[in-house]
Design a protein around this ligand. Structure first.
Ligand code: R5P
Length: 294
């Protein structure tokens, strides 16, 4: 058993020093990937800004019909022009995203839990690599529970998907799940994001937290940040601006877009922060003007 008691709590994050092994490619940690992987990553992350607005609508995979996502067939085509990537299940994407929409796809490939259970940390790999290839997925999203009951099986799932992805040059996105007993501390997120990155994923999805810049600095692949529970728009934009300032490569936002009274305008405002360097205040003004102009 490793001696954890004496483990040094490192403070040498060098948050002011840019990621160094980046020669020749615009995304951290992707320099040594092959052409196919880089192509998928460039579909997800805009090579000009280096960032992405991922729209997460995979909530139905464990929550069923969620407020704001009742009619994916109506919402998704309207949002398409304002986001870079659609993150959803194969069921939702096949049925409700017209194939003519050329946005990148983050395909959720694990499932196994539902809101009816108390412990959501046990999942399986539900989508095989052949179907991910058929769907032209740009990455495969795997729910990963560190420090929860399901840790071993979720790391098994994660590695199974990474191994398949490496065979066919499809990136894997490790989704850092917060188990019911875990606190959303920077200590937890530093541990979880780093473990997920060291398994070999190409993207990590996580949450905002205190000292988020240190979480980013210690994670050698791009991080996208989930929006979390619905907040007033000004607070959601502030969160998005904050994480971008601290080194995130974008957001993977769901409820703060689809539960807004104005989802299209909200997606546009988030895009202004992620791609154009707007501050949260500028993005809020933009959001209000866009609503006004109808
Ligand atoms: C994560 O596991 C969920 O399925 C969502 O994709 C994620 O939480 C992002 O959505 P939201 O911004 O609503 O938190």
């Amino acid at each position: 058993m490793a001696d954890l008691d004496g483990q040094k709590v490192s403070k040498d994050y060098h948050t002011e020093v840019p990621f160094s092994n980046q020669n020749g490619f615009f995304l951290r940690g992707c320099n040594s990937l092959d052409w196919g992987m880089k192509k998928h990553m460039s579909n997800i992350f805009n090579p000009k800004s280096g960032n992405t607005v991922m729209f997460a609508f995979d909530h139905g995979y464990f929550m069923g019909s969620t407020a704001g996502l009742e009619r994916l067939d109506l919402l998704l085509p309207k949002l398409a022009p304002y986001v870079d990537c659609f993150m959803g299940t194969r069921g939702a994407i096949r049925t409700c995203v017209p194939p003519e929409v050329t946005k990148s796809v983050a395909l959720r490939v694990t499932s196994g839990s539902s809101m009816l259970q108390e412990d959501l940390s046990h999942e399986v790999v539900a989508v095989n690599i052949e179907d991910a290839i058929r769907m032209n997925a740009d990455c495969m999203a795997v729910q990963t529970f560190i420090g929860a009951d399901g840790q071993l099986s979720s790391l098994e799932n994660l590695n199974q998907v990474i191994n398949a992805g490496m065979r066919y040059s499809i990136p894997t996105m490790g989704v850092c799940a917060v188990g019911k007993d875990m606190a959303r501390t920077d200590r937890f997120f530093k541990l979880a994001t780093r473990i997920i990155a060291e398994m070999g994923v190409q993207v990590v999805k996580t949450y905002d937290c205190e000292n988020f810049e240190e979480v980013v600095a210690a994670c050698p692949v791009p991080i996208v940040v989930a929006g979390g529970k619905k907040l007033p728009e000004d607070e959601a934009l502030k969160m998005a601006y904050g994480v971008m300032q601290k080194g995130a490569h974008g957001v993977d936002m769901g409820r703060n877009i689809f539960q807004s009274q104005h989802p299209i305008e909200m997606a546009m405002a988030v895009g202004k922060i992620v791609h154009e360097g707007f501050t949260d205040k500028e993005a809020l003004e933009f959001f209000k003007d866009a609503i006004h102009q109808g």
